[in-house]
Design a protein around this ligand. Structure first.
Ligand SMILES: NC(=O)c1ccc[n+]([C@@H]2O[C@H](COP(=O)([O-])OP(=O)(O)OC[C@H]3O[C@@H](n4cnc5c(N)ncnc54)[C@H](OP(=O)(O)O)[C@@H]3O)[C@@H](O)[C@H]2O)c1
Ligand SMILES: *[C@@H]1O[C@H](CO)[C@@H](O)[C@H](O)[C@H]1NC(C)=O
Ligand SMILES: *[C@@H]1O[C@H](CO)[C@@H](O)[C@H](O)[C@H]1NC(C)=O
Ligand SMILES: *[C@@H]1O[C@H](CO)[C@@H](O)[C@H](O)[C@H]1NC(C)=O
Length: 319
């Protein structure tokens, strides 16, 4: 064999192994739990795995709140959910995590209009937004993926506690293992843009863990998860030289959106997860994490800094 054949053979073996691993580890949520009379809020529900999650929650009978930025996409999603599940109890509220004012406005409307909240699913997220600074003076990737959801979760805790037993589910990413988080400068710009994304996804785990501690004894649980790798519009902001390989490789190698939604659904409804809190899930199973994602000191530090950055007021603290 010459070198070229060797390399080509190596690549093919690698692809086959990845594909097989992906197929055999793929988890499915097998729970038949019904959600009649319950309210589930999903952020970023108008596309990708958020939409699949919303369809599943609606099929179980829940009142489903779609927290979306683009109202046109949200309306299309609502119609699709109704036609697929027959559940018409679907409502849309607008939220844009690029603005903390929008997050507070969203929470105010929810409090005015909704009497309960049984499951909060922090699903919205973005990649490839660069090193911009938001109107709130924060790094855009950190705000959309962490500070915004952090503020929202805090603002909704009163409603979640009132509706206990209730669950908070935060969609993180295995990409957290590639982080270089500087807890003393959470808004530090990074030349390698994926690092901004991975850092923010680590913060999702740290928030989820600290939240679980702060909510001990309340019957409100907090868990986070890696959904798998799924070809979704998440990659739409990447430059073409990254987007094209992703669009060629990901759909073939990894999960589809329905498969990608399973771990979120598992954490949101499965009886086996009842009372479980402060854990990290993958493929519908509890998973271990690297020390950086199970370090109480770091959890508290990032929590306290996040409180400062979103200017959490005394009357917005519900734990
Ligand atoms: N796909 C993967 O391989 C993968 C892997 C690990 C983790 N994840 C995580 O899974 C979650 C869902 O991602 P996905 O793959 O389903 O991607 P997606 O299809 O792009 O869904 C992300 C959702 O978040 C919304 N969103 C983005 N920026 C927002 C903002 N500023 N304000 C409000 N909503 C905003 C998007 O709304 P618009 O349509 O308005 O942009 C979209 O509905 C994300 O948290 C992501 O980090 C995905
Ligand atoms: C709030 O509830 C009222 C009455 O049920 C309804 O008319 C209104 O559209 C709701 N607002 C939102 C944003 O869903
Ligand atoms: C939590 O749930 C248990 C079991 O249902 C109940 O006994 C307890 O009072 C609840 N605690 C709170 C704070 O709601
Ligand atoms: C975090 O904030 C809490 C409450 O204000 C405080 O008691 C604690 O000492 C702070 N910890 C760190 C590491 O900043």
């Amino acid at each position: 064999m010459n070198t070229f054949t060797c390399i080509a053979f190596g690549i093919i073996v690698f692809i086959v192994v990845v594909k097989i691993l992906n197929v055999v580890t793929k988890g499915r949520c097998t729970s038949k739990a019904k959600l009649n009379g319950k309210t589930v809020l999903i952020t970023g529900a108008s596309g990708g795995i958020g939409k699949e999650t919303a369809i599943d929650m609606a099929a179980r009978g829940a009142r489903v709140i779609l927290g979306c930025r683009n109202l046109k996409f949200a309306e299309d999603t609502k119609q699709e959910i109704i036609s697929k599940t027959g559940n018409t109890n679907i409502v849309i509220y607008q939220i844009d995590f690029e603005s903390l004012t929008s997050v507070r406005k969203f929470s105010k409307l929810i409090h005015e209009n909704e009497s309960r909240l049984d499951v909060l699913i922090n699903n919205a997220g973005a990649m490839g937004l660069g090193n911009k600074i938001t109107e709130d003076g924060l790094h855009i990737m950190m705000q959309v993926n962490h500070f915004g959801p952090f503020l929202l979760t805090n603002l909704l805790l009163d409603l979640l506690k009132k509706s206990a037993p209730s669950r908070i589910v935060t969609v993180s990413s295995l990409g957290y293992i590639l982080t270089l988080l500087d807890p003393d400068n959470l808004n530090k710009p990074r030349r390698f843009d994926e690092l901004n994304y991975f850092n923010s996804k680590l913060c999702n785990i740290l928030m989820s863990n600290e939240l679980a501690r702060k909510l001990e004894g309340t019957n409100v649980t907090s868990n986070c998860l890696h959904p798998g790798v799924i070809y979704t519009p998440l990659f739409k902001h990447l430059p073409w030289y990254k987007r094209i390989p992703v669009s060629l490789i990901f759909p073939f190698l990894f999960k589809n959106t329905k498969e990608g939604a399973q771990t979120t659904i598992h954490c949101a409804v499965c009886e086996k997860v009842y009372g479980v809190s402060g854990k990290y899930f993958q493929d519908c199973k509890e998973y271990w994490t690297l020390p950086i994602a199970s370090n109480r000191e770091l959890d508290v530090k990032v929590w306290n800094k996040s409180m400062e950055f979103v200017k959490l007021q005394e009357n917005e603290i519900h734990y």
